[in-house]
Structure formats: structure tokens, C-alpha cells
Design a protein around this ligand. Structure first.
Ligand code: R5P
Length: 296
């Protein structure tokens, strides 16, 4: 049996091949049959002792079922070690029961994936109320990598040093990392979510913004409510140029257009999710973390 292979479904083949190349490992596509009633039947390729499966978990509902069935097939075909590379990990935003009647989705998903994978590798997971991500996945090893260097390189430090701005206190680590890498200063706001797409901020004193290049940084952008509200206020405060660096681009074309209308001159994202704004490739970061999976 081969020592190591990177495997993925067709929709992730490009990024998975880039990871396989960076690791110097073979890439195998995973087959998928869809029945007329929409049940699915994955078919795993020739096994390896260690299989790294690349599956970003945006649009998670169908992908999760696919992954659970495939994990069973891998184990049955003799795979000893299964490593899930999910640059975007889903359902971590429901990390508390925010209102009666809701589930704790984070723990449900952790309970599904944790027992099936020996290791999970992800990037800037949403850990607002999660102290120990490994505990969420039943004690499996979880590597939560930082995309700050890749984002900093993509957004660039040319010209005047930017003011790097984060929407909430949880954004502080990557705001500070980006400010240090770009040679700028930073400000971290405080945010209250009122509903989907509706947020309020405590803006405090935005005197520093006038005439500056401002780079807004966030881990996730979905409805766009957060960044659009920020951009409107920053324009009012006299920002000379507004840019947006986001790790996981979950938003659609309509939100992208509204960003332009709101005066955001440039949006860059990592390729954790395939998106037109992708400018920061993660293959090198992921491959460096996965070096220890290579056979000696
Ligand atoms: C929230 O806590 C996250 O860090 C992001 O700010 C949030 O998920 C962005 O979502 P939206 O684009 O829907 O405002």
C-alpha cells in the first residue's frame, strides 16, 4: 500500500492538486454517484496508509454527508490514518445556544467529524466562544493555522502604512498580526449583532481614520452586514481608501457589488473557499503544516 495520498472530490480538485504538489504527494480524485432520488454513493480510489482529504466545508450540508460516507469507505479499504484538511470549518459560528430552542451546532458537527478523522487541519477557525477546539472534535488533533501572512502578502504594504481595523474583539489577533506585517497601526471595535445582516458598532473616536488607507480585516464575510456597515462609517469619517481582507469569503455576487457601491476599493480573500476575490493561496501554509504526514 502507498504511504500517502491527497484525495478530493471533483469540486475541490484544483486546490487539492496544489496541496499535493506542494507536499510532493500523489493526488487521487474521489468518485461520486448521485442516484435519481439524490442519495449519493462515493467511491474511494486505491488506498494509502495515510489519506489527506481536502474538503473546504462551505455549503456544508451535502458535503458533510459525503465526508461521513467516504470516511467509512476509507476505513473499510484499509486506510490507517485519515487527515481532514478543511480550510474553512463549518457551523463554528453557532458556538452557543443564543436563544431557547436552538441547537449547539458546533458540538454536533464536532461529534460527527472528530471520531472519524485522526487529525483536522483548518485555517482561522471561528473561535469566539471556543477555548479548546480539539475538545469540540472529541480530542482529535486540530491544527488551526493563521492566514495573516498570506493575507498581508496579498493586500500588500506598498504606499502609506495602513490603519488595520477589526470589527470585534475576537478579530484582535489577526488585526494585530496584519498590522505588524504591513507596518501599520490598528484599531479593534466592539460589535453587537442584531440579526442576519444587521450589526451595530461602538465606533468610539474615529479621528485616526481621516485621510488614511484603512484595511478592514475579518475571519468570515457572509451577509456582508458587518463590512458594509463599517465601510459606510469609515467613508463618513473621511477614510482616503478602504480595502477589505477576509479569510473565508462566503458571500455572493450581490454582496460583492454592494461592497463596491459602499466605497470598498479592493477585496482580497484566501482560497479557503473558491471565490472571485481569492488572492491569497493557502497551499504553502497547509503543506508546511502537513510535512510531518510525509513518509520518512
Ligand atoms: C462574526 O462574529 C464574524 O467574525 C464576522 O464578522 C461575521 O461572521 C461576518 O458576517 P456578516 O458578513 O454576515 O456580517
Amino acid at each position: 500500500m502507498r504511504a500517502l495520498a491527497v484525495q478530493a472530490f471533483a469540486h475541490s480538485e484544483r486546490a487539492a492538486r496544489a496541496l499535493a504538489d506542494a507536499l510532493g504527494a500523489p493526488f487521487d480524485p474521489i468518485g461520486l454517484h448521485v442516484f435519481p432520488d439524490e442519495e449519493i454513493l462515493p467511491a474511494v480510489p486505491t488506498p494509502a496508509r495515510t489519506v489527506i482529504v481536502y474538503e473546504p466545508l462551505d455549503h456544508p450540508n451535502s458535503k458533510l454527508i459525503r465526508l461521513l460516507l467516504t470516511a467509512d469507505a476509507w476505513r473499510r479499504s484499509g486506510v490507517e490514518r485519515l487527515v481532514l484538511v478543511a480550510p474553512y470549518l463549518c457551523y463554528l459560528r453557532q458556538d452557543a445556544v443564543f436563544a431557547p430552542g436552538q441547537p449547539l451546532s458546533r458540538d454536533v458537527i464536532g461529534g460527527l467529524l472528530g471520531p472519524r478523522f485522526d487529525r483536522i487541519v483548518t485555517v482561522d477557525a471561528h473561535l469566539h466562544r471556543t477555548e479548546d477546539i480539539s475538545a469540540v472534535f472529541g480530542g482529535a488533533r486540530v491544527d488551526n493555522l493563521s492566514a495573516a501572512p498570506a493575507l498581508a502578502e496579498a493586500i500588500g504594504g506598498a504606499g502609506a502604512a495602513p490603519l488595520v481595523l477589526g470589527p470585534d474583539r475576537e478579530s484582535a489577533p489577526w488585526v494585530q498580526a496584519l498590522a505588524a506585517l504591513l507596518g501599520g497601526d490598528s484599531v479593534v471595535l466592539s460589535k453587537t449583532r442584531i440579526g442576519d445582516g444587521m450589526v451595530e458598532f461602538d465606533f468610539g473616536d474615529l479621528g485616526r481614520v481621516e485621510g488614511r488607507r484603512v484595511v478592514i480585516v475579518d475571519d468570515v464575510c457572509s451577509s456582508g452586514g458587518t463590512v458594509l456597515r463599517l465601510a459606510a462609517r469609515l467613508s463618513q469619517a473621511g477614510a482616503a481608501r478602504i480595502e477589505f481582507a477576509v479569510v473565508h469569503a462566503l458571500f455572493g455576487e450581490a454582496v460583492r457589488r454592494r461592497m463596491g457601491e459602499a466605497g470598498i476599493a479592493r477585496v482580497v480573500s484566501t482560497d479557503s473557499i473558491t471565490h472571485p476575490t481569492n488572492a491569497a493561496p493557502l497551499a504553502g501554509l497547509l503543506a508546511a503544516a502537513l510535512k510531518d504526514e510525509r513518509a520518512p
